[in-house]
Design a protein around this ligand. Structure first.
Ligand code: ATP
Length: 237
């Protein structure tokens, strides 16, 4: 499997605070890769740096063979890398459809109607409520909208930051199933989650982050079986 994303010796700081302390990982084409870890481990910082919103103080990020760690964020989107951010960041006063269309703002080709339909096929509730202000949506519905919006840029790599946050178990299952569907449809996925169990079940590969460093890695199955992961993240003795 060829590598779609290669992160090497990545360091990111906020002023004097080192949030990411030299991490390396890869995401192969067609894979679901999960980054797990507790609060403050550096997961969000890592995703924001990959999408060009933060700049590394050291290390490199290569996407489809091209270094992107100095590329502006809006250009990174056009290369096929989309980010569904933590907290969803939808626009509450705008309708569902308007929020979706914003996801296509970097596209110059004319087939946006088809992608809108693809988002509606993925999450039929978005079609039923397309004219409703997005701020009236529940947490789970907003998550669907955020994912649908990220897909509107037709990414080859979709990064999802804590899609299960605040969702009911049923809604979480629905989101996880959709991630699997997107993978089957050919999208590569980098998933950040505090919910280690759900994220590792889905993952071809996983990495465990602790205070800015990768402390464990393996296949999703290996990590689910690992005693360290079970104790620290799955609440087992
Ligand atoms: P969470 O799951 O709680 O979002 P995380 O693994 O995504 O955690 P980050 O949000 O990447 O972690 O934070 C990593 C570290 O960087 C933390 O110590 C955090 O306090 C710090 N940090 C994050 N954002 C900023 C900022 N804007 N300014 C200063 N420090 C920050």
């Amino acid at each position: 499997m060829s590598e779609m994303l290669e992160v090497k010796d990545l360091e990111v700081s906020y002023g004097k605070i080192k949030a990411v302390k030299g991490i390396s990982f890869t995401v192969g084409e067609g894979e679901v890769v999960s980054l797990i870890g507790t609060n403050g481990a550096g997961k969000t910082t890592t995703l924001r740096t990959i999408s060009g919103l933060l700049r590394p103080t050291n290390g490199s990020i290569t996407f489809k063979g091209k270094p992107i760690h100095t590329t502006p964020a809006h250009e990174i989107v056009t290369l096929g890398l989309a980010h569904s951010p933590e907290g969803r960041r939808i626009f509450p006063a705008m309708t569902v459809e308007e929020n979706l269309l914003l996801g296509a703002f970097t596209r110059s080709d004319g087939d946006i109607g088809k992608d809108l339909q693809a988002a509606y096929d993925l999450f039929p509730i978005l079609a039923e409520r397309s004219k409703q202000p997005a701020g009236t949506f529940s947490g789970g519905e907003q998550q669907m909208l955020a994912m649908g919006r990220a897909m509107m840029s037709r990414p080859t790599l979709l990064m999802l930051d804590e899609p299960s946050m605040g969702l009911s178990p049923l809604m979480m299952k629905r989101i996880m199933t959709t991630i699997k569907t997107l993978q089957e449809q050919g999208t590569t996925i980098l998933l950040v989650e505090q919910n280690a169990q759900a994220a590792l079940r889905l993952a071809n590969k996983g990495y465990v982050l602790e205070v800015g460093k990768i402390v464990l890695s393996g296949t999703g199955r290996e990590l689910l079986k690992s005693d360290d992961v079970r104790k620290a993240y799955l609440g087992e003795d």
